[in-house]
Design a protein around this ligand. Structure first.
Ligand SMILES: Cc1ncc(C[n+]2csc(CCOP(=O)(O)OP(=O)(O)O)c2C)c(N)n1
Ligand SMILES: [Mg+2]
Length: 240
């Protein structure tokens, strides 16, 4: 089992970015854009390495967050709060706020994509108002990645309503009375998380860490998501 685990760790370390044709095209395309964008898998590895002892982490629903679950290791029970089949975007932030209230002595971190963050970011004010310091990581890839992925795969890269044009989430956080950090260099990922945790534990501050990511896309939740359904009952035969 140890050998299998070690092999998996090595595979994850070497898997720096997605390798499907669409993701490779996105990576190339973004090199020509202004700004700097990071590979989600590398970001997830850096975050994992910088996690403090005794941390509690909640993860949201989305393309990057699904991949994120492979990059988290815990030594203690009651540490990992993944949405799993609950399946709701906007889950991770309120969940970690509740966990922090229950265990204020433990560092608390939530992960969310930019779309899911849009559904939950107003709770930043709850943290500030009620003195519940947490750290929220936002993967800013300017898309509803999980939804786009199904359309890219099944409709030959044609998609609707997949793009997200956002303002700066770090600035929005500051406007709500929290701290905000924007990260667009890989070497800044770990230090940003450590700084935010330090402010959470020692100064009682909530920090939003916005990480600029490429538009590459990991595996979908289901590879058959938009395939034609097979109808087993006669009464549904017309529904194709
Ligand atoms: C409340 C709710 N609305 C819609 C969905 C459908 N949904 C699943 S993943 C997803 C996209 C999430 O986008 P984002 O948070 O930006 O993460 P990304 O996929 O880009 O990593 C959506 C809309 C859902 N699961 N829950
Ligand atoms: Mg997104």
């Amino acid at each position: 089992m140890q050998a299998e685990k070690a092999a998996w760790e090595e595979e994850l370390t070497n898997w720096t970015h997605e390798k499907d044709a669409y993701s490779l095209d996105m990576i190339e395309e973004q090199k020509k854009e202004p700004g700097s964008y990071l590979h989600p898998r590398q970001v997830l590895r850096e975050l994992e390495k910088a996690m403090p002892e005794d941390v509690m982490v909640s993860t949201d629903i989305g393309n990057i967050n699904s991949v994120a679950n492979s990059y988290l290791r815990f030594e203690k029970p009651r540490s990992f709060f993944a949405a799993m089949s609950f399946g709701n975007c906007g889950y991770a932030f309120p969940t970690i706020i509740g966990a922090k209230v229950a265990a204020p002595h433990r560092p608390a971190v939530s992960y969310a994509g930019d779309g899911a963050w849009g559904m939950s970011l107003m709770e930043t004010m709850t943290c500030v108002r009620h003195n519940i310091p947490v750290t929220a990581v936002v993967f800013h890839n300017r898309q509803w990645g999980a939804e786009k992925k199904n359309q890219v795969d099944f409709y030959n890269r044609r998609f609707v309503a997949g793009e997200l044009d956002n303002q700066s989430f770090a600035e929005i956080a500051r406007a709500m009375g929290a701290e905000g950090i924007t990260v667009d260099k890989l070497e800044d990922v770990g230090p940003a998380l450590k700084k935010a945790i330090d402010m959470q534990m020692n100064e009682g501050k909530t920090t939003i860490i916005e990480i600029m990511c490429t538009r590459e896309l990991g595996d979908p939740f289901r590879r058959d998501a938009l395939s034609k359904p097979i109808r087993h009952l006669d009464k549904y035969k017309d529904y194709v």
